[in-house]
Design a protein around this ligand. Sequence first.
Ligand SMILES: C[S@@+](CC[C@H](N)C(=O)[O-])C[C@H]1O[C@@H](n2cnc3c(N)ncnc32)[C@H](O)[C@@H]1O
Length: 359
Amino acid sequence: MAEASRTFHTILLPSFSHLHKAQSPAGFTDFPRKRCGHRIVVHCSVSTTNDASRTKTTVTQNMIPWGCEIDSLENASTLQKWLSDSGLPPQKMAIQKVDVGERGLVALKNIRKGEKLLFVPPSLVITADSKWSCPEAGEVLKQCSVPDWPLLATYLISEASFEKSSRWSNYISALPRQPYSLLYWTRAELDRYLEASQIRERAIERITNVIGTYNDLRLRIFSKYPDLFPEEVFNMETFKWSFGILFSRLVRLPSMDGRVALVPWADMLNHSCEVETFLDYDKSSQGVVFTTDRQYQPGEQVFISYGKKSNGELLLSYGFVPREGTNPSDSVELPLSLKKSDKCYKEKLEALRKYGLSA
Ligand SMILES: C[S@@+](CC[C@H](N)C(=O)[O-])C[C@H]1O[C@@H](n2cnc3c(N)ncnc32)[C@H](O)[C@@H]1O
């Protein structure tokens, strides 16, 4: 979440361009053309065919056959049980329906200001080094030096397609089937609702980047290994989903050298503009934690900060806008231009520089 989406531009695009140059990556052809069995296949057509090695699920266009409704608690208790069975220590919070953000973490007990909460162990955190249910697919991406963002997007789809045989199945079942994201907005909606906003251009750029990233992966990798990356599973629709999940849930952990990670449980925390605390890896307790900057009574929703972002930036990455007048970090970008032919060019330039602006 916090700050992670900024890295999409700075990390993904420059390093991904090297994939273009890598016509024949080292070891590229050495991988066995092996099929990873028992995965769900996403069909965007009406079909009822059965295949011995794969469970085929027919879905209507634009529907992802995993996850749950964004406002549903249907898989929340299974997620909580799986997390505690897998090493999450007893928590002072639980997933509940909330007024701000559909689902969120709510205090079960008194929580003091300055208390460390969560303690999600590294074994429950998804990073670019997580083990693949289909190790051959992971090997191919690593050999091709695919950067973290597209690697994680592909990993998430791959694990989702393995359903119960993936170790993350309880986590993925509790993820929204369609995250709130500008990636799902049509061009007409962007033009209409973001008409006067700089965010419109950034949203179009982001959508273009996601489409470009998927097309690059398809061209350079998926088409060469169709058994590992079948198009019924790895397609534009599933990538829109996985990037929507990453934009709205990925965190950058400063104490882990800025690594990006999906942190189950911690990613149920919603954002408040009033709160200053954020998630990080705590070396002493060896888990992802945050330290409360206020006290909470039982029944109160607990928040973190996704960063000091404007309403537009929150909409761009997380698909929501805080209530009007509640975001002290809100700002708008005003493009300024100064012509050299302007009679007061020097004075205006000086005035701009004084406030840290350039012409
Ligand atoms: C990291 S997830 C938090 C958990 C999420 N509410 C859920 O049910 O899965 C981030 C998403 O939560 C929602 N969200 C977080 N903070 C919010 C807020 N202050 N107001 C409205 N929605 C919020 C947005 O949909 C955002 O994309």
